[in-house]
Design a protein around this ligand. Structure first.
Ligand code: SR1
Ligand code: MG
Length: 423
């Protein structure tokens, strides 16, 4: 297959014939296509994902479709998202080595990426639903976020390179548009594709949509998201974009990558841990989940703490970009000035992170793209109880984000809301 052929979606039946001559794939799995076994395993909202096993190994073939898979061809979506995913993966690999799958091949015309098959990894969201406590995720994800977000910004990069990258990723318009609508606006009015657990949540949903403070805050956050081109974001860093084993953590799927605020990735990620926390009650039938709840709050505390300390370390050791130059601080013996600027920056990230987390929680319960943490709770009353608590929590951290000063305070709030009986 070459990039010059017209785009054609792969299928389980055509993949071996179409990719049988692909050197990169053959070198990883073996060239005898009669021994290839192909499975389509995509369970995300947008793309095809195949696992191809051959005599010598396995690989993943991910292909974009010209529409949103979740909705169908009534919602066209450009294939170029595969280009942004490929370029984001190469940058993440350079900035946080070992944190993403190895890339074997990229074909822009066919919008496909051939990459390392991660095994026995599973999707983090699934592990958390099953009640598994993974010991390394907070450290691994905290480091990934600090390294990619710091090293992709004007704190570290030569500004010429950053501006070139900014221009490259600025074309990821349609995927930004999805986030701008689905995260920041649609949950707060009766948008066409929204859905929620009904009738159980109807009155709460009506209250939230009439909540002026919340709507204003969501739009302030949307403004920050759209206007603060601070660093190269993963752009969709939720627990469905992370693969894990007991020992290893890898980030996948950065097709929403673009230059945006550092706090966005951090907020989206922590929101998904908080949603996992509030959903545990719905998964309790096979044993109590008290320890799992405590674990999840510990994970949020540790993730934030690792992020903070690695970001601070990079600030002190790799601040080579045009922002907060050492010539203004350390070189004049003013180390405290640099620390003051760092505190200021971390405070801003903290405050905005809480806001982004709050709206991410809301959109997963009120919008189009729900998450399995809640969706797999079959009893609608029980699901609504979990969701209502998460909605209340999300509203509190979004609207009061400037008055919340520590992650322990957020853990206490989550635990308090979880213990409340009434929704
Ligand atoms: C129409 S796409 C819906 C959601 O799926 C992706 O994973 C992103 O989270 C997006 O918002
Ligand atoms: Mg995805």
């Amino acid at each position: 297959m070459t990039g010059k052929l017209p785009f054609e979606a792969l299928s389980v039946d055509t993949l071996a014939a179409r990719l049988g001559a692909n050197q990169a794939l053959c070198s990883h799995i073996g060239k005898d296509t009669s021994r290839w076994k192909v499975r389509e395993v995509g369970d995300g909202n947008l793309n095809l994902v195949f696992i191809v096993e051959g005599a010598q190994g396995a690989a993943v073939v991910k292909q974009a479709l010209p529409y949103v898979r979740l909705v169908g061809d009534s919602w066209p979506l450009p294939l170029k998202r595969s280009f942004f995913e490929y370029h984001a993966l190469t940058r993440q690999q350079a900035r946080a080595p070992g944190s993403v799958p190895d890339i074997h091949h990229f074909d822009e015309g066919q919008a496909l990426i051939i990459m390392e098959y991660l095994s026995p990894h599973i999707i983090l969201r699934r592990a958390l639903i099953e009640g598994r406590q993974l010991p390394n995720i907070a450290r691994d994800i905290g480091l990934f976020m600090a390294r990619t977000l710091f090293r992709g910004s004007d704190l570290h990069m030569a500004t010429k390179d950053r501006k070139a990258d900014l221009a490259l990723f600025a074309d990821n318009v349609e995927l930004c548009d999805i986030t701008e609508n689905l995260v920041f606006s649609d949950p707060y009015f009766d948008a066409k594709m929204n859905r929620h657990t009904s009738p159980q949540l109807d009155s709460i949903v009506a209250e939230l949509r009439a909540d002026r403070d919340l709507k204003v805050e969501a739009q302030r956050l949307k403004h920050i998201f759209a206007a603060n081109a601070e660093t190269l974001l993963h752009g969709d860093l939720h627990s469905g974009s992370i693969m894990v084993t007991e020992a290893e953590t890898r980030m996948i799927d950065p097709e929403f990558a673009f230059y945006g605020p550092i706090a966005f990735d951090v907020g989206m990620l922590l929101a998904n841990f908080w949603m996992a926390f509030f959903s545990q009650r719905g998964h309790e039938q096979n044993g109590k989940r008290d320890a799992m709840r405590a674990y999840l709050l510990d994970v949020t505390v540790e993730t934030w703490s690792v992020f903070r300390s690695e970001f601070s370390h990079l600030w002190r050791t790799e601040r080579t970009g045009m922002l907060y130059q050492k010539s203004l601080f350390e070189d004049q013996g003013d180390r405290l000035g640099a620390e003051q600027a760092l505190d200021h920056m971390l405070h801003q990230i903290w405050t905005d992170m809480l806001g982004f987390a709050g709206v991410e929680v809301h959109r997963r319960i009120l919008g189009l793209a729900h998450n399995a943490d809640f969706e797999t709770i079959a009893d609608a009353d029980l699901r609504a109880t979990c969701e209502a608590k998460a909605l209340k929590f999300g509203r509190h951290i979004a609207v009061n984000r400037r008055q919340i000063h520590s992650i322990d305070e957020v853990s206490k709030l989550a635990a308090l809301i979880e213990r409340e009986n009434r929704i």
